[in-house]
Design a binder for this molecule. Structure first.
Ligand SMILES: *Cc1c(COP(=O)(O)O)cnc(C)c1O
Length: 378
């Protein structure tokens, strides 16, 4: 088959562009015609669409998912001397933004099935300095957020959801990002709703948080050149907002396609010894931004499997090869090997396979047959 002689990428942004080319080009043209590149009308329209999609009262467009986290943390009042409880098994932005606010990340180990923060291990880490909990919905699967909300209410803490990988995912029928005090979205190109550049958004139903993020993204100015707060330059581009509005109309369809591709992966992979398919919790409906398997290191070597797939031009990625508590830059926090055993096991075993709405059944069968071959030869 011709299709299978071509490399299978982890995501295929060009394949997606081909399906929406005319709409996207028209939206870009419209912005070029009116010329309001900063906070133009398309930004407001897209913010209203995302708020409606997530089921929140407000959505505020910012320059990236990282800035969404930073501005949401600041708007929740996180600052010097505070502690924020989060997971070490995440993209670095989750922890670096806590530190940039002057606060300290306090890590809690993950649940081995979902790779998300284990709610049972949070309470013992709550101190008098704790101000917030920052769960991450990794790979498009909701963290178990109900017990987290309960703990937060009991201890008067804010909850900021890192939903950068999980737009469209649900927890007990609610969109992730809409459950905590604020939710942070990323439109990095490889995310489920990807811009053609950087972009991010804070969703919230808290008027104060929404207003503060809005001020912070434009240098703290309510009126031009009069500053109420020390702010940033962090706005979502009008061009990106226009593109994202076009793409949002397709998101439900794309999510359903991802879910059906994930189901196929699951069915084919579950018979292979030593490979655990992407686990799905009862409480959620994952959006499968990534499809991540666990390669049991008691039986197989994940890195050799990765090379084997790469030699068949199948691209895979390890999200993430080193838990944040073991990173050079985070050594000053004083953590050591063995502190978070589940995160350390996951970093040795996870492997994300090609996953995008346009991937074909034949391509998935091909990926799985290579994995089966590898396991047979091991
Ligand atoms: C992508 C990502 C971010 C940051 O988003 P950017 O738009 O790249 O700044 C934050 N947290 C997680 C978990 C992510 O995957």
């Amino acid at each position: 088959m011709k299709e299978l002689s071509k490399p299978i990428p982890i995501v295929d942004l060009k394949a997606q562009y081909e399906t929406i080319k005319e709409e996207v080009n028209a939206a870009i043209q419209q912005v070029l015609q009116h010329g309001q590149f900063i906070l133009g009308p398309e930004v407001k329209v897209f913010e209203e669409e995302i708020a409606a999609y997530c089921g929140t009262q407000y959505a505020v467009g910012v320059a990236s998912g990282t800035d969404a986290l930073r501005l949401a943390l600041l708007a929740c009042g996180i600052g010097s001397g505070d502690e924020v409880i989060t997971t070490p098994f995440t993209f670095v932005a989750t922890a670096e933004t806590i530190i940039q606010c002057g606060a300290t990340p306090v890590f809690v180990d993950i649940s081995p099935r979902t790779y998300n923060i284990d709610p049972r291990k949070i309470e013992e880490k709550i101190s008098t300095r704790t101000k917030a909990i920052l769960p991450v919905h990794l790979y498009g699967q909701a963290a178990d957020i109900e017990p987290i909300m309960q703990l937060a209410r009991e201890h008067n803490l804010k909850v900021i959801e890192d939903a950068a990988q999980a737009l469209g995912a649900e927890y007990k029928g609610k969109k992730v990002g809409s459950i905590g005090d604020a939710g942070c979205l990323s439109f990095f190109p490889s995310k489920s709703l990807g811009a053609y550049g950087d972009g991010g958004m804070v969703v919230t139903s808290d008027t104060k948080i929404a207003e503060t993020v809005d001020l912070l993204r434009k240098h703290g100015a309510k009126t031009s050149y009069y500053y109420d707060l020390i702010g940033f330059n962090s706005r979502l581009d009008t061009l990106q907002a226009a593109i994202l509005s076009v793409k949002l109309k397709h998101l439900n369809n794309w999510t359903e396609l991802r879910q059906s591709k994930a189901a196929l992966y699951h069915q084919l992979l579950s018979k292979i010894d030593g490979i655990e398919p992407h686990f799905v919790e009862q409480f959620g409906r994952p959006s499968f931004n990534y499809y991540t398997i666990r390669v049991k290191d008691s039986k197989l070597n994940r890195d050799i499997l990765r090379e084997y797939l790469s030699s068949s031009t199948i691209q895979t990625i390890i999200y993430y090869p080193l838990s944040l508590h073991l990173q050079e830059a985070y050594k000053y926090l004083g953590f050591k090997q063995g502190d978070f055993p589940e995160s350390e096991q996951a970093q040795k075993e996870v492997l994300s396979l090609p996953m995008y709405p346009e991937i074909s059944t034949a391509q998935i069968q091909h990926v799985v047959s290579r994995i089966r071959e590898f396991v047979g030869n091991s």
